[in-house]
Design a binder for this molecule. Structure first.
Ligand code: ZN
Ligand code: ZN
Length: 210
């Protein structure tokens, strides 16, 4: 690895890796702060990959005539996710190109989660393999973020389904309730209650099998 040495004294977006270049190219501002905060809130490397790429996409759409394109998350899902068919993806790329987006260039600027890991380790000096301890409040925030994000994905998927032949629906809304069940004691709680009461009644000694 040909890294230019220690990361000391580097400020936001001044590293030379692909993420540092994206921060400068797309003018993402204090983006390292965002990444570190999200990481602290429990975001995985895959989540952070999406955070980076949606920021890049958002900036690319801001410069383009993008009112007709739709929201950033669905566009990103359409380009990079595995829900869209090849035909839908081609149609989306067409629409983006017509709105003035250089789609090839945009996709070339998307990063992988491995790039995120390298950026954390070599540019920010943060070891992402080490598990940071998590406050209950942070955990609640992350669970709520994931829950509402999943509602959004399900809702958009049903919206798309509703536009297909032979499928009809009124004005539906989606709610995703997260439930936690312990295989050991059989207790089952909504995730909020599980977090509030400090887990289930299993003791850690029991699950050690000692
Ligand atoms: Zn970097
Ligand atoms: Zn239990």
């Amino acid at each position: 690895m040909e890294d230019p040495g220690p990361a000391d004294g580097e400020s936001e977006g001044e590293c030379s890796c692909k993420i540092g270049r994206a921060v400068r190219t797309y003018d993402l501002g204090a983006f390292d702060r965002t990444l570190i905060d999200r990481r602290r809130d429990g975001a995985s490397l895959r989540d952070l990959e999406t955070v980076v790429n949606e920021a890049v996409l958002r900036a690319a759409l801001r410069e383009a005539d993008a009112d007709v394109i739709g929201d950033v998350s669905s566009v990103y899902e359409g380009l990079a996710g595995d829900e869209a068919s090849a035909g839908e993806r081609a149609e989306l790329r067409d629409r983006l190109a017509r709105a003035g987006v250089d789609v090839d260039e945009l996709e070339a600027d998307f990063v992988s989660y491995q790039t995120v890991r390298t950026h954390f380790r070599e540019c920010l000096d943060v070891d992402t393999d080490r598990q940071a301890s998590l406050s209950v409040e942070d955990a609640r925030g992350t669970v709520e973020w994931a829950r509402s994000r999943s509602e959004g994905i399900v809702e958009r998927t049903l919206d798309r389904l509703a536009r297909t032949d032979g499928f009809t629906a009124g004005d539906v809304s989606v709610s995703h309730v997260v439930r936690v069940t312990c295989d050991d004691c059989g207790a089952s709680y909504p995730v909020d209650a599980f977090v509030d009461r400090g887990g289930c009644d299993c003791s850690t000694a029991d699950s050690d099998g000692s």
